[in-house]
Design a protein. Structure first.
Length: 256
């Protein structure tokens, strides 16, 4: 029963380790492939974007909710790209007015004659560049568009991805488990090395006993002494030998 539980635990630990490594690689890839402060992560031409708000919540096929993860197509050459009204595009904007730029994925609402692009969330009453809004986004040009969304998403994974990209989330769920894993592996390596050394020593002792022509009882006694010495214990025979003089003295005293 213990062996079965041990195997199950080992499988669970291995699966968790693989999952952590995969997520770590994904997070690192996203961080390394983001082009500056205004770029998007680029994983083989795809940009995983976490949705922060419900501004695109609706009943259209390409609508989405807060917490979803969008798989957008990265726009490598926006100058030569063609955009039209109705396209859902990703751009960077200071949503919270705190100096940090977030990714906004909204639908193109209008393209002006001068080429300027206006956007709007399907769940918002007005377009993003309307001066009546509490937060007014600037009019966009082609080079502001970083990616285009075509409807591929993973429900609920965007919130997890956004949290894992924070310093706290990355430390608690990526870095700390990896540190524990490497410590665990180091301890296991040491234990295995000690077990191998012990087994190797026993084999050498057995070979020596074979050459010496010892009996089976003598072999067992020698192995027991060797193991006891490795563990820092006194061999059973030594205990008996040590106690023998005291027992003999007690016997002589009783005879007297």
């Amino acid at each position: 029963m213990k062996k079965v539980l041990s195997k199950i635990l080992k499988i669970v630990v291995d699966v968790l380790i693989v999952a952590i490594l995969i997520i770590s690689i994904l997070i690192l890839t996203i961080a390394l492939t983001t082009r500056g402060n205004e770029g998007v992560p680029n994983v083989f031409g795809k940009a995983p974007i976490g949705v922060l708000t419900d501004s695109m919540k609706g009943d259209k096929p390409d609508d989405f909710n807060a917490g979803d993860m969008l798989i957008c197509d990265v726009v490598d050459n926006p100058v030569e790209a063609t955009f039209k009204v109705g396209d859902v595009v990703t751009f960077a904007a200071d949503v919270d007015k705190n100096g940090e730029r977030d990714y906004v994925t909204h639908r193109i609402y209008k393209i002006k004659k001068d080429g300027k692009i206006l956007t709007k969330g399907d769940n918002n009453e007005t377009y993003d560049q309307d001066s009546k809004n509490a937060v007014v986004f600037p009019e966009l040009v082609k080079t502001d568009i970083l990616a285009v969304y075509h409807g591929t998403k993973i429900d609920g994974l965007g919130g997890v991805l956004n949290y894992l990209q924070t310093p706290t989330g990355f430390f608690l769920w990526i870095l700390l488990p990896m540190i524990i894993f490497f410590l665990f592996q180091a301890v296991r390596v040491v234990i295995n090395a000690m077990a191998y050394s012990k087994e190797k020593g026993i084999l050498k002792a057995q070979e020596a006993m074979e050459k010496a022509g010892l009996t089976e009882e003598q072999k067992q006694r020698a192995i027991a002494e060797y193991l006891a010495a490795q563990e820092g214990k006194t061999p059973p025979e030594a205990d008996e030998t040590k106690d023998a003089p005291e027992a003999e003295a007690q016997s002589e005293s009783d005879d007297a």
